[in-house]
Design a protein around this ligand. Structure first.
Ligand code: NAG
Ligand code: NAG
Length: 262
């Protein structure tokens, strides 16, 4: 009995080690150092699923001095578990193209205790998969300042053609409770904005591109400026092509539930 128990533990430990080593060696392999600037440049093609948490563990093991860039392209089914504001030790540049994003709001109330380092963020043609309850969490519960502001070290923030998908609802299924929450979400966001005891200061940000996304509501722009500074902003592209996947009534708060515009 005992020996079987110990055997079980050993197998368990081995499995854990194998998984950790696999992701370490995976990133070691896919992130060669660029000799010219010393940056570990990760270029990853995702066919199945990539977990940003594994990447974060890998970079934290590299130590504080190593700078890293992460460039991800997905196949049509490629997914990334990518919690906003996407912090990882040493990560200065993040590029995500054509991916399904999961867990985007999963750290809204959990401080990472990592410092802001990201300078360039670019997300293109991505679909954020979410559910109503996590959206309502962000609107109605306290979010960390870290989540709210995003990374204030950004110089360039590009977010083109980002849409949202709510796999578990259709209009008929929206419960009375959800309807009520939905109706008062704008008021709640404005109220919350007024109560902020901090300001987000994007002191390096000079370029924002949010083109090819759905119409921005007045509320969105209002929230974007209510408690944020953009002292160096020079370019703000906000062209719109009326891209359609999200029900009209969700737009107000889908554009404002996180501050990707940081
Ligand atoms: C926007 O992104 C979606 C999802 O990735 C993609 O299917 C679509 O072709 C993109 N649209 C444009 C105009 O690039
Ligand atoms: C924002 O940050 C810059 C640079 O650190 C600083 O000069 C400026 O005073 C800050 N603005 C506010 C409103 O805190």
């Amino acid at each position: 009995m005992l020996s079987r128990h110990i055997f079980g533990i050993l197998v368990g430990i081995n499995l854990i080690i194998a998984v950790i080593c696999q992701s370490r060696s995976y990133f070691n392999r896919n992130c060669p150092e660029n000799r010219a600037n010393g940056v570990r440049e990760c270029k990853i093609y995702v066919n199945t699923r990539l977990d940003f948490i594994n990447f974060r563990q890998w970079t934290s093991a590299l130590g504080n001095v190593v700078k890293v860039s992460l460039d991800v392209t997905c196949s049509s089914n490629g997914r990334i578990y990518l919690p906003w504001p996407m912090k990882a030790t040493g990560l200065i540049k993040l590029n995500v193209e054509g991916c399904i994003l999961e867990g985007f709001a999963s750290e809204f109330n959990k401080p990472t205790n990592l410092k802001d380092e990201l300078q360039e963020l670019s997300m293109d043609n991505c679909v954020i998969v979410s559910n109503l309850d996590s959206i309502f969490d962000i609107i109605y519960k306290p979010v960390t300042q870290e989540y709210d502001c995003g990374q204030q070290t950004l110089r360039s923030a590009v977010r083109r053609n980002i849409s949202y998908m709510f796999p578990n609802i259709n209009d008929q299924q929206l419960s009375k409770r959800h309807e009520a929450l939905l109706m008062s979400s704008s008021d709640e966001l404005i109220k919350k904005a007024k109560q902020k005891r901090y300001r987000c200061n994007y002191s390096e940000l000079n370029y924002i591109d949010q083109s090819l996304s759905r119409t921005r509501s007045k509320l969105y722009l209002r929230l974007m400026t209510a408690y944020s500074e953009y002292p160096k902003l020079q370019t703000f592209l906000i062209a719109d092509n009326g891209y359609r996947t999200v029900p009209q009534e969700l737009i107000d708060w889908r554009t404002s539930f996180h501050n990707l515009h940081c």
